[in-house]
Design a protein around this ligand. Structure first.
Ligand code: MN
Length: 500
């Protein structure tokens, strides 16, 4: 598990290493602001609060995201914690950083989480819709990962809630964005709290396997390195990777605890320069060892839905062991660890010294394509998540999420709750402010409907702005009934006050 405490000096050094000409002054100012804002505040772990934004910023810098994201990481809890408002952030740090901080702050709103699958999916959508910018999602992941690292200090009920939310909301989103490294970390932290016994069991299985197979795997790695060198496949890296505990747990369930059916407890990973070398390396392996039938997978020609690419093969190696190999380029590797974030890593180019030049070229190519099509503002636009652009997610005052089409109004909201609430609604409060019923709602709004029990029917004028089919139908039905009723009243010669 990675460290959880970093000094500003460590953050600064990492930024110097990973970025070309970073604005260190900007970074230092953000640190000063954060330091002031969290002055005297202590986390439950007993550490000064500033350790938290420092850890978050450090993680974002490790991911190589734009320096603005790192700065926003330092500032992400400032608005909530102090007099320092979002306007002050905007004044000192500019629009881009302010909008990142603002989005992260808005995402903190407490949501009732009930752990129902249907509901979880809704929350995932809401999370993405509200984040609106992929960079905000990365910030939330960094924030959540550090909170999980320090979860031991929280009271038990909070541990359970945060762990469940991480496993059911955050991890699947990370998975969908192809960020397997972060997904795996989120899952394993959460797993330890949610099923401590199973977690320990998986851990001891892994420990035993690593002890049993460790020496054998390192001999295999040495051998493969030699084989690749003989085949003149240059600049390759070969190393062992151990299966994550939660992922092992899921597989064990699938195979009814039969460990012999799980071939990738320890896999050997081969990272090479280009696609050609991937296939060449596969050929080298298959000439030496016999592949297990049905276990050769070409995710390069046919990537997984989240974009994952690699060649997988399982072989009966010498010494009678069965081993899975994963072959990929450096770029594929970065993509599988960081997913969509890989596209925005090292945006400013830098730190080439240790990085694979080839990969930098490939990345530069992707960026060139991006840049040729769009200017900077359009690129920002490109980063925005448009999957759920046509939906908004608003809250009841109790924290329940209501999913509505874009342009929906409080009337749609009222009918989404219950048709009686719709029929009797007279006014509304949006984020605690009285608003007209035709106000367009936006994701994250908290909407409270004021009803009047004496109200007989909805106002037909609402049809001018009601967006959902459900609300429109209810309004039409109700007004039709009222008119019928009114005619009936007139026919019976009785007077009837027209309402609505
Ligand atoms: Mn935080």
């Amino acid at each position: 598990m990675p460290e959880s405490t970093y000094s500003f000096k460590q953050l600064e050094n990492l930024v110097k290493k990973n970025y070309t000409n970073p604005d260190l002054d900007l970074l230092r100012r953000a640190y000063q602001v954060a330091l002031g804002a969290h002055q005297g505040k202590i986390r439950l772990t007993g550490e000064p609060f500033i350790n938290h934004p420092l850890a978050v910023a450090h993680r974002l810098a490790e991911m190589g995201l734009h320096i603005n994201v790192v700065v926003a990481g330092l500032l992400h809890d400032v608005v909530e914690d102090s007099e320092f408002g979002i306007e002050n952030v905007r004044e000192i740090f500019g629009d881009d950083i302010a909008s990142l901080v603002d989005s992260v702050t808005k995402l903190k709103r407490n949501v009732n989480y009930r752990g129902v699958e249907r509901y979880a999916e809704n929350l995932r959508k809401m999370f993405l819709a509200m984040a609106s910018d992929v960079r905000v999602v990365f910030m939330k992941f960094a924030d959540r990962l550090h909170n999980l690292q320090t979860l031991y200090a929280q009271p038990k009920h909070k541990q359970e809630r945060i762990a469940r939310e991480s496993l059911e909301i955050y991890a699947p989103i990370a998975g969908r964005l192809g960020m397997s490294e972060i997904k795996g970390e989120l899952e394993d932290y959460a797993f330890a709290y949610l099923q401590p016994k199973e977690y320990e069991r998986m851990k001891s299985i892994m420990d035993i396997k690593v002890r049993e197979k460790g020496a054998y795997v390192s001999r295999t790695i040495d051998l493969v390195e030699k084989m690749l060198a003989e085949a003149e496949i240059e600049n390759s890296q070969v190393y062992g990777r151990v299966k994550r505990l939660y992922s092992l747990f899921k597989k064990m369930k699938k195979y009814s605890d039969d460990l012999d059916k799980i071939y990738d407890l320890i896999a050997v990973r081969i990272v090479v320069s280009d696609v050609e070398d991937c296939y060449a390396a596969l050929g080298v392996l298959h000439q030496k060892w016999r592949p297990v039938p049905g276990r050769i997978k070409d995710y390069i020609a046919q990537p997984k839905p989240n974009g994952y690419q690699s060649l997988h093969t399982t072989m009966f190696t010498s010494e009678g062991e069965v081993v899975e190999f994963q072959i990929r380029t450096q770029e594929m590797h970065e993509l599988s660890e960081y997913g969509v974030a890989a596209h925005w890593r090292y945006k400013e180019g830098s730190g080439e010294q240790e990085r694979n030049m080839r990969w930098m070229e490939e990345l530069a190519q992707i960026q060139k394509e991006l840049a040729s099509k769009k200017d900077f503002l359009e690129q920002l636009e490109y980063m925005k998540i448009d999957v759920f652009n046509d939906r908004i997610f608003v809250f009841t005052p109790q924290g329940d999420v209501i999913d509505l089409p874009e342009g929906a109004t409080p009337v749609d909201f009222a009918y989404a709750i219950h048709s009686k609430v719709g029929d009797k609604c007279v006014a509304c409060r949006v984020n605690d402010v009285m608003r007209n019923l035709d106000t367009k709602l936006t994701s994250g709004d908290i909407v409270e409907i004021v009803t009047d029990k004496n109200r007989k029917a909805p106002n037909p004028d609402w049809l001018k702005f009601a967006r959902t089919r459900h609300a429109r139908k209810k309004i039409k039905d109700a007004t039709r009934n009222t008119i019928k009723g009114w005619f009936a009243d007139v026919l019976h010669g009785r007077e009837r006050a027209k309402k609505g």
